[in-house]
Design a protein around this ligand. Structure first.
Ligand SMILES: [Zn+2]
Length: 177
């Protein structure tokens, strides 16, 4: 296992390309998935798509379990050749991306999705996701088609979030005994 370098937006057009379907479910794919999970955890992310480490394959890893309220408690999810079969409802999400460090934006996503995919052995799987997990799944699948969240962004909220964090910090200082 190894940490791979995350490609940043504007650095390399690999983020803008259409990734190829995976047809070989071999050790190489397993190593890629292991590295992607390591890289995601190291960067403190909740999802990572193969193009973000420079590999144009339809593979993503997601782990939202650290999210306190809506994580779903499912742990690490690997999706190969994922496809959204059904989408329902909508939610406003505040998103960030490991390829767009330091920025946050508001994006509209479905509230619930049903996804068909394969696991690392090529077995067909189905995932029902809602809330934050549905958000993460949609964000990562977009990466496989060269779509960045910033393309769909309704509003850049980076400054608002930084301001709120500053106020929280100074508020805490004020309350200190
Ligand atoms: Zn991303």
């Amino acid at each position: 296992m190894a940490i791979r370098r995350i490609v940043k937006l504007g650095e390399d057009d690999v983020l803008r390309k259409h990734a190829r379907r995976v047809d070989k479910f071999d050790r190489r794919l397993g190593m890629l998935l292991d590295d992607m999970a390591d890289t995601m955890y190291e960067a403190d992310g909740v999802g990572l798509a193969a193009p973000q480490v420079g590999i144009l394959k339809r593979a993503v890893v997601i782990d939202v379990r650290d999210d306190e309220d809506e994580g779903g408690g499912v742990g690490l999810i690997e999706l190969i050749n994922p496809e959204i079969m059904e989408a329902e409802g909508s939610q406003m999400c505040i998103e960030g991306c490991l390829s767009v460090p330091g920025r946050r934006g508001k994006v509209e996503r479905p509230e619930k999705v049903r996804v068909h995919a394969q696991d690392r052995k090529g077995r067909h799987i189905e995932l029902e996701a809602e809330g934050f997990l549905a958000n993460a799944v949609c964000h990562e699948i977009d990466h496989l088609d060269g779509i960045m969240y910033t393309d769909k962004m309704i509003e850049d909220v980076t400054d608002q979030i930084e301001e709120a964090a500053r106020q929280r910090e100074s508020g805490e200082e004020g309350e200190a005994e």
